[in-house]
Write a protein that binds this ligand. Structure first.
Ligand SMILES: Cc1cc2nc3c(=O)[nH]c(=O)nc-3n(C[C@H](O)[C@H](O)[C@H](O)COP(=O)(O)OP(=O)(O)OC[C@H]3O[C@@H](n4cnc5c(N)ncnc54)[C@H](O)[C@@H]3O)c2cc1C
Length: 503
């Protein structure tokens, strides 16, 4: 009996472990609810609600192939031991097939335990790459062309059929609801629905309609809601593979210029989108290469910069969306409800916590990991470190919430929607409500200090102090020296490549 172990690859197409196992005979398709995952600090109920929706469709699709999903709960090696006993009448487990996962420390440790379990029992354990991330990468040089070669291969076809477990009284198990997993209920609203068909519908509507103004829409939290692809949770849970996304995009690019009256914005939009698909793996590669960046600064010369100054009350205000900065508060409340935010607003939230509030990135990263339904560890931790300026190889960007509001929510639509206390505040004061005269506060029904907080920090002062501290550290000889090593391990070579070609 072959076992395909599904993790964050909840699909049947472009799934090499499934194809390889199915070609060898009866195959059990397994998903495990793992307590170590459900209790990890980055986890939130909404993650498993989304995964369950994907699992439901995965089970249906497996049903059409002649089998069904087996679902268990427990530590994975123990689940394998149990299954091996249950499958004894059919000869036990003959091999385990899965995709490589670039995950957090708990998943890495669990994979090691699974490998050990297999070694002890002489059970072959075969893992395949899941996307463009390269395991045991020697050098970053040439990474982009490796990505290109790997992703350019056509997606694998769905197996034509799968021989099922054929044992009497074998319990497949079922999808478990959050309360059955001892999780609190999710009271989110407007979260994307999980699944395989919906992943493909989402990409199709982006490539045919929604994506036309992607280059501009991606920056604003209003237009970005529809104007971004919204593919992230599907890629994170693997209900669509990176190769499927890339090939659908290439197919669409090939149609450009064929229709008269085509909107000229499509060309740039699709080019930007394709670039971001590569970024997905580029950022994940950093965690794959250096799993410690879940815990430590990529550039260790930045150690000690913020750790001892963590202000709990500022952190609490940031998490609650009560900092007194309307754009920051609106973004935080939006993501806590819907599980999604566009890139620029994610970056602004992190910049605000790292610079204006001077909070070390680790706890904010865990908090936002819980909020993002698309939580992807490799992207998340790499982006967090980059946005808080501790890599030493990226430009330091300190966002001004005021400027972001002027540029990306000039009419206050987003802010009024997510910070209803500010609904009646006149446009003139929406960026800095604390400047409202008392009579305007009365008229607008928003008293500063009771209905909506005063700013918890003075932006100008905090900005100046942060800029000075980060630049002085970045310019120090130890940070510059360490930056060379960081670049060697993680830096994108594309710009260097372009520059050397221009020269
Ligand atoms: C602090 C911070 C944390 C983040 N955490 C995550 C995360 O946990 N999971 C996640 O998928 N993305 C994360 N991102 C990247 C980005 O914000 C999201 O991928 C994007 O907003 C998802 O929406 P979309 O699918 O509509 O993106 P689109 O703009 O339509 O992009 C398409 C796909 O490209 C990839 N992509 C886009 N932008 C980036 C980027 N800057 N870096 C890497 N890949 C990118 C994603 O897979 C995305 O789904 C983070 C960004 C920041 C600043």
């Amino acid at each position: 009996m072959q076992v395909v172990w599904f993790k964050r690859d909840l699909r049947v197409r472009d799934h090499r472990p499934l194809r390889e196992a199915a070609a060898r005979g009866p195959t059990l398709c397994l998903f495990v609810y793992e307590p170590v995952h459900l209790t990890s600090p980055e986890f939130e109920t909404a993650h498993i609600v989304f995964a369950n929706e994907c699992l439901r469709e995965l089970d249906e699709q497996l049903g059409r192939l002649g089998t069904r999903l087996t679902i268990r709960r427990g530590s994975v090696p123990e689940v394998f031991s149990q299954l091996d006993r249950e499958l004894r009448p059919a000869g036990g487990i003959a091999g385990i097939w899965s995709h490589e996962e670039t995950g957090l420390r708990w998943s890495y440790d669990r994979d090691l335990r699974v490998a050990e379990w297999c070694r002890e029992r002489d059970v072959p354990f075969q893992e395949y790459p899941c996307n463009g991330v390269v395991r045991r990468l020697g050098t970053r040089d040439g990474w982009a062309s490796r990505w290109q070669r790997r992703i350019a291969r056509p997606p694998l076809k769905t197996p034509e059929g799968i021989a099922p477990v054929d044992l009497e009284r074998f319990e497949h198990g079922r999808i478990l609801q959050p309360r059955e997993l001892d999780l609190p209920p999710s009271d989110r609203n407007g979260v994307q629905r999980g699944g395989i068909a919906i992943a493909h519908e989402t990409l199709a509507s982006f490539l045919s309609q929604r994506g036309v103004n992607y280059r501009a829409d991606m920056s604003t939290p209003n237009e970005g809601w529809d104007g971004c692809s919204r593919l992230s949770p599907y890629l994170a849970w693997g209900s669509m593979s990176m190769r499927e996304a890339y090939h659908a995009t290439r197919k669409r690019v090939a149609t450009l210029g064929q229709e008269s009256g085509e909107d000229p914005r499509w060309r740039d939009s699709l080019k930007s989108f394709e670039g971001r698909l590569r970024w997905h793996c580029h950022f994940m590669q950093k965690l794959e290469t250096e799993p410690d960046i879940e815990f430590h600064n990529m550039n260790r010369a930045f150690d000690g910069l913020r750790e001892d100054e963590f202000d709990e009350s500022k952190f609490a205000a940031w998490c609650d969306g009560t900092t007194g900065y309307p754009m920051v508060d609106a973004c935080m409340r939006a993501v806590r409800t819907t599980g999604w935010l566009n890139f620029r607003m994610r970056a602004m939230l992190v910049s605000f916590s790292s610079y204006q509030l001077w909070l070390h990135w680790r706890r904010p990263a865990r908090f936002l990991a819980q909020q993002f339904v698309d939580f992807e560890p490799g992207i998340h931790f790499s982006q967090f470190q980059m946005q808080s300026g501790v890599t030493g190889i990226n430009t330091v960007r300190i966002y001004s919430p005021r400027k972001q509001q002027i540029d990306h929510d000039p009419d206050g639509i987003f802010v009024r929607r997510w910070v209803p206390e500010l609904e009646g505040v006149p446009d003139k004061y929406l960026i800095e409500p604390h400047r409202m005269p008392v009579d305007v506060q009365e008229q607008s029904g928003c008293r500063i200090g009771s209905d909506y907080p005063k700013p918890i920090v003075d932006h100008a002062k905090a900005y100046r102090a942060a800029k000075e501290r980060i630049w002085s550290k970045k310019g120090s000889s130890d940070a510059r020296k360490a930056a060379g090593d960081v670049f060697e391990r993680h830096g994108s070579r594309r710009r260097t490549f372009a520059r050397s070609r221009r020269r």
